[in-house]
Every structure is written in C-alpha cells, then in structure tokens.
Ligand binder design. Structure first.
Ligand code: 1CP
Length: 350
C-alpha cells in the first residue's frame, strides 16, 4: 500500500530518470532560471550575479519563477558552476556579458597547491536556499548541479571563457601529473558541493561538463573521465544527470562515468545517441537520455517547434527513459511565452 502511494505520487522526472514509465514526458530547460524572464531582470537589477547566488531568498525566488510560469517538471537551482570555487576562496567574479573571470589563473604547481578546499559552511546560503525551496516546490523536484572538473579547470586555467581551451589542453599534455593533481582538487570541491545539495534535499543532480566536447575521446578518457567518475560515484540516493555540449563522440564514456541520465545536445538525434551507447555497452539496458531541442528552434515559430518536439519525443522512445530538455541552455532573447508553449507541446505529445 505504501509502495503504491509512493508510485502514484513520484514526479514524472524522477520516474523517467530511473527508467520507469511516467504519466507524461517530463520537461525542464537548462538555464530556465535567470535568463529570459522579465521578472528575473527586475529582481536582479542592482545585485551582482554572485551576490544573488549567496542570497537564499533571492535564489529561492529566481528558481521558482520559471516553475510558476511554465509548468515545467523540474526546478533548476539558481546558482552558477563557479559558486563553490568562489565560496572556497578563489578570487573570481562573474562579469556581465562575459562570464566567470578568475583574478589569478591556475597554471603552476604552486597555483594548484594553493587551491583551497570547500567546506560545507562555505556554501551554507545554498543549503539554506534549498531548504526554502523545498517548502515552496511541492511535488516538483529540485535539481541541484555543479560544474564538472574539466569545465571548471578550463575557467581556472584560461582565466575566463575560452573558445579553444588552448592553455588547458597545453597543461594537460605538457604536465599530466600537474593536470591530474588539479582535476583531483576540483573533483573534491565539486563532490562536496553536490553532497551539500543532496543533504539539503535536492531530488536529482546534474553535472555540467559543458566544454568536454572540445576534447577527443582519447583525451577525455585519459585526462577527465577518472575525475568525473569519482564525482558521480560519490553521489548516492538521487539520480545523476551528466551533460556536455558537442559530445557525440563522448556519449558512451560520459555514461560510463556513472550517469543515470545522459544529456545529449541537439547535434545527435536521441535514437542515434541511444544506439551508440547501446553498442558500447550491449549488456546494459538502453540508457535514459535528456534533451535535445536546439535552443534556436524557440525562435522558429510554433509550427516548426511542434514538428521538432514531436520528432524528438518519437526518437526518445528507444531510450529507457526520456527527460525532455534543450540541447543547451535557453538563449537570453528567447520569448518566455514560447517556452511555456514548448512545455505544453511536450506534455501533449505521446
Ligand atoms: O537556469 C538557470 O539559469 C540556472 C542557473 C545557472 C546555471 C545552471 C547559471 C546562472 N549558470 C549555470 C551553469 C553554468 N554557468 C554553466 C553550465 C551550463 C551551460 O553550459 O550553459 C556554465 C558553462 C557557466 C559559466 C557561465 N556563467 C557563463 C558562460 C560563459 C562562457 O564560458 O561562455 C556565464 C555567462 C555565466 C554567468 C551566469 N550564470 C547564470 C546566469 C544567470 C549568468 C549571467 C549573469 C550575469 O551576467 O549577470
């Protein structure tokens, strides 16, 4: 009886994440909070991004805004991948229009040795925000997240956003020992940040390795996979989503890292993505996938959007479960009403 009750009320996102059959296709959008919404811009006016991330009431309100508007099946915690670095004491800022900028890039043995450790107390405001959110969200699951070691290393080594990640790749290949020491330290920070979020009550976590697609599969396996694996394996009790952009070649390896759900960008059709992962691991059931509408399609008009949603839902059927999402984050100029419409279309599709 208790089991039946739990089954009945388990949110579609969590049912899909464990490979069950949800009552409707669950959908949420990466960067649904804090990008395209006028109510977000109004609330954030006059507050620096990182100050907002350490203000529990503001984090709670910004996280709730897209949930109220769009009827999405998941809430993504409003934060940023550099929050745990900042909290631990790394001198960095998020510059509007640019992104994270690190005051002293990390490139030498001394720089790596000087990287601080993250303690739970450093990110207490994030845990407090999660506490507030659990009271507001009802049955909608809260998704916590962190940046994966490679993507965070890229910001630390380059000193900011980078197109080619040349200093990062140079460090990786010229001094592998130093590289692994750096990634091990970041993995500790990431694992602790996720542990705090799970303990505070998030119902799923996503590891964002946004820039992993810049790597060959060989380099990914040698220099990144062991560290992302350690992070994902440290998380127990909630589903783990593993996402990157441009990762067509990396999907089997990203699954191997210990993901319950593999995020797929818009370049690879979901059925092709699933087939690749099944071929690489024929003894496992097909994976659960998340994705993969091209964020630009939210500008293409409703008929085109509807066709794409139907195609993606259909292609997702070969997976063990499908959480609908974009293939990357919501673009800043997206019309919020189109996002609401996309959610409706996903929920209506079958
Ligand atoms: O839905 C949400 O918006 C939730 C909050 C969220 C998330 C999940 C933010 C707020 N950032 C992130 C993750 C994040 N941050 C990623 C991984 C996801 C992705 O690939 O999009 C990355 C790579 C970052 C780094 C970052 N932070 C960038 C990208 C820079 C680059 O290298 O191109 C930027 C612009 C930021 C700042 C940022 N983060 C979030 C917001 C709302 C903003 C803009 C703040 C401002 O400029 O005032």
């Amino acid at each position: 009886m208790v089991g039946e009750m739990t089954e009945m009320t388990e949110p579609p996102l969590l049912v899909a994440a464990r490979g069950g059959t949800p009552s409707r296709t669950p959908v949420w959008f990466m960067r649904q909070a804090g990008r395209s919404l006028p109510e977000y811009r109004a609330l954030r006016a006059g507050t620096a991004m990182l100050d907002a991330c350490f203000d529990p009431e503001m984090v709670c309100e910004i996280t709730m805004q897209p949930v109220r508007r769009h009827d999405v099946d998941g809430a993504i915690l409003f934060s940023d991948i550099v929050v745990p670095l900042k909290a631990a004491g790394v001198d960095l800022d998020i510059v509007a229009g640019t992104g994270p900028v690190v005051a002293s890039p990390v490139r030498t043995r001394d720089d790596v040795a000087a990287l601080p450790e993250l303690e739970a107390a450093h990110v207490r405001p994030v845990a407090d925000a999660i506490g507030l959110l659990l009271k507001e969200l009802g049955n909608v699951p809260l998704i916590g997240f962190a940046g994966a070691p490679f993507t965070l290393a890229s910001y630390l080594v380059e000193g900011g956003p980078s197109r080619n990640h040349e200093r990062t790749k140079a460090l990786m290949h010229s001094d592998p020992d130093l590289w692994h020491a750096l990634l091990a330290k970041i993995a500790d920070i990431t694992a602790e940040f996720l542990r705090v979020q799970v303990e505070a009550g998030v119902k799923a976590v996503q590891l964002f390795d946004s820039w992993a697609g810049a790597l060959s599969e060989r380099d990914y396996r040698t220099f990144v996979l062991p560290h992302s694996t350690r992070v994902l394996e440290s998380i127990t009790g909630v589903p783990r989503i593993h996402f990157g952009v441009g990762t067509t070649e990396l999907l089997p390896a990203m699954r191997e890292a210990g993901a319950d759900v593999v995020g797929v960008d818009w370049r690879t059709p979901l059925d092709v993505a699933v087939r690749r992962m099944v071929q690489a691991a024929p003894d496992l059931p097909p994976p659960v996938v998340q994705g993969n509408l091209d964020p630009a399609l939210l500008f293409a008009g409703i008929p085109a959007l509807e066709r794409e949603v139907d195609r993606i839902v259909e292609e997702g059927k070969v997976a063990s479960g499908h959480i609908f999402n974009l293939g990357h984050g919501v673009l800043p100029d997206t019309d919020p009403d189109v996002i609401t419409k996309a959610v409706e279309l996903v929920h209506r599709s079958r």
